[in-house]
Design a protein around this ligand. Structure first.
Ligand SMILES: [Zn+2]
Length: 181
């Protein structure tokens, strides 16, 4: 599987980055982005970037998120404080969570654990639609449910109905932290 560095992701997405800055405001954004939490506790690398990619069928298809490889069962942290909007259990995302934070929605796919009666369970985690979750909170564990060839987190961020490039958001978080010191 091809590996991509954050820089590759960043280059691939400069147009989306510009769009993200325009949407969020270039000055107010700085302080806000610092609150963001990297969603994977044990980082193994990036396995698929945002944008067009060759799917399992051999055709080009859009990939609306960033795939972050991590050990099976390792913790997933909530990127931003918010409310669980949807608990997902399907053949593509597998077990997943969609969390709403103001105008942003963030998606976590391929989790381990189980979904029973609309509640996602994994170790001490029990989340259902309407659950409040703080930024950085444990929200689940890395798995390979749904359409996944190895343990990783598919992380997507949507603003106003359009998917942003998560690599651009990570870049903005890093930039905000650098300025804060
Ligand atoms: Zn993905």
């Amino acid at each position: 599987m091809a590996r991509f560095t954050p820089w590759d992701c960043f280059k691939a997405a400069s147009a989306t980055l510009v769009a993200a800055w325009l949407l969020t405001g270039p000055t107010l954004a700085d302080a806000r982005w610092r609150q963001g939490v990297f969603p994977v506790a044990v980082f193994s690398g990036y396995t698929s970037h945002f944008g067009q990619r060759i799917g399992p069928s051999g055709s080009v298809e859009p990939h609306h998120g960033l795939d972050i490889a991590a050990p099976l069962g390792s913790p997933i942290r909530n990127w931003w404080g918010g409310v669980v909007k949807e608990v997902i259990d399907d053949g593509r995302c597998g077990l997943g969570l969609l969390i709403q934070s103001g105008p942003y929605e963030h998606l976590y796919c391929h989790l381990s654990g189980s979904v029973q009666n609309g509640t996602y369970h994994s170790g001490p985690v029990a989340l259902r639609s309407g659950s409040r979750v703080n930024g950085g909170a444990l929200i689940g564990h890395v798995g390979m449910s749904g359409r996944s060839t190895g343990p990783h987190l598919h992380w997507g961020v949507r603003y106003g109905g359009r998917w942003l490039n998560p690599a651009a958001i990570l870049q903005a978080m890093a930039a905000a932290r650098g300025q804060g010191r």
